[in-house]
Design a binder for this molecule. Structure first.
Ligand SMILES: [Zn+2]
Length: 439
């Protein structure tokens, strides 16, 4: 028998706010000493009261806006009750029937629309560590991640292939990074993926009468493998005339298979009720529109602009807008190139075709590569420092990005400096002096 896959996705994105969702603890849980980022609120101690993080809520709303969601003027938090050792309170604060954002869509390159049912706000759980201490197997709990702001983005059951899922996930990751609200770093658990998969028989209308969810996958290629595995496994069960069990499974990368974990819960099992410690939220139209005006140029718009403004092919424009770092690098180079009479399309081709490692190359070095004039250092060091310091003062966000480990941010500063210096100093010198000032 022939089947069509019916796939939906839930994606959890950790926001990169300074503090956690409901307390003032630092949000930088990854790689920190266990239980060093905790307080009575995120430890779930009796009597501790949650205070919602405004930045996090705005981050959630911006993700929803970028996905074309509507922003209801009334929303609230709810308690999702379940027991697990890493959930100190015995419930998770989440959103049930009145999420911050709902009813959006994301259009794939084929023109197919994936519906976004909602992007809502919740809190992350702690982490269990399974260790052996003095020969005994023990489970330890680290609550540093407990209460980290998490946005859950839920699609309709609209995907029919792993390829569609891959494109959606790449685009979603790109969007949260463009917005600057999340790192989307899957290796650090910053973006966790949960496909639900079932098969529709040819000729069948409506959704299949079962659904298999694969939990907590931390890589796009594992999602693709899990989907391929499930399509094969479920087809075999259906071919025997049986129905696959409604359940939650996990992806085992060593065994290259999904493994049954538990039967799937229904919403009623969680006994949701409105969170009594946090009053509902009532936004004004003006507040929502102000937030909307803070949205940066998003990937799709930037790509269209690059094609129109610089005459780029869609192929080049797509590659050059994958990250804002690359896009900024290209645009900075175009500005410098313009002063040397070098066309934007030529610069785009050079970056794309030569597969230039843009993490390492500098705009001025590229211009040199394009046979622009050689520059020699003709500016005294103290004067150079004055120029560089003023550039750092004007670009505080970029500076803090750099200090937070975004190495590419340096390129942007070098580009700014090279423009200001008009060829009086070599890019290598600018780079090394900037590095000294940023230490
Ligand atoms: Zn805390």
């Amino acid at each position: 028998m022939k089947y069509t896959p019916v796939i939906g996705l839930e994606v959890h994105v950790e926001l990169n706010t300074k503090s956690k969702m409901f307390c003032a603890c630092a949000n930088d849980w990854f790689g920190t000493n266990p239980n060093s980022r905790t307080c009575p609120v995120c430890l779930g101690l009796p009597g501790a009261l949650p205070v919602p993080n405004k930045k996090a809520i705005e981050g959630c709303i911006k993700i929803g806006m970028a996905l074309g969601c509507s922003i209801p003027l009334l929303s609230k938090f709810d308690r999702k009750n379940y027991f697990y050792p890493d959930l100190a309170k015995g419930y998770q604060i989440s959103q049930y029937d009145q999420p911050f954002t709902q009813n959006g869509s994301l259009t794939l390159s084929t023109g197919k629309k994936i519906t976004i049912q909602r992007a809502h706000m919740e809190e992350d759980t702690g982490k269990l560590l399974h260790e052996t201490i003095e020969g005994r197997k023990v489970s330890l709990i680290d609550f540093n991640r407990s209460g980290v702001p998490l946005v859950e983005i839920v699609t309709g059951p609209d995907f029919e292939s792993a390829e569609e899922v891959r494109e959606y996930l790449q685009r979603l990751q790109q969007i949260v990074r463009y917005l600057g609200v999340a790192d989307g770093d899957m290796e650090k658990g910053g973006m966790r993926l949960e496909p639900n998969i079932s098969l529709r028989k040819d000729g069948q209308t409506g959704l299949p009468n079962y659904k298999v969810e694969v939990k907590n996958i931390n890589s796009i290629s594992f999602v693709e493998k899990a989907i391929a595995y499930e399509i094969k496994r479920q087809a075999e069960i259906l071919d025997r005339g049986e129905t696959p069990a409604q359940e939650t499974r996990g992806w085992d990368e060593d065994k290259k298979m999904t493994i049954s974990q538990r039967s799937k819960e229904e919403a009623a099992d969680y006994r949701y009720f409105p969170e009594p410690d946090i009053p509902p939220f009532v936004w004004t139209e003006k507040y929502v529109e102000n937030l909307r005006s803070e949205l940066p140029e998003l990937p799709e718009a930037k790509m269209a602009r690059f094609m129109k403004a610089y005459g780029l092919s869609d192929y080049n424009a797509e590659i050059l807008t994958r990250t804002t770092d690359v896009a900024n690098y290209f645009e900075e180079t175009v500005k410098v190139g313009h002063e040397h009479g070098i066309e934007a399309t030529k610069i785009a081709n050079t970056i794309v075709n030569k597969k230039i490692d843009i993490e390492r190359i500098l705009p001025a070095a590229l211009i040199k590569d394009l046979k622009a004039a050689e520059v020699t250092d003709t500016l005294p060091l103290d004067e150079l420092h004055t120029v560089l310091k003023s550039i750092l003062d004007k670009n505080l966000t970029v500076v803090s990005d750099y200090k937070n480990g975004k190495v590419n941010a340096l390129m942007f500063l070098v580009g700014q400096a090279m423009r200001g210096l008009k060829g009086k100093v070599k890019a290598d010198t600018v780079k090394s002096e900037l590095e000294k000032l940023l230490k």
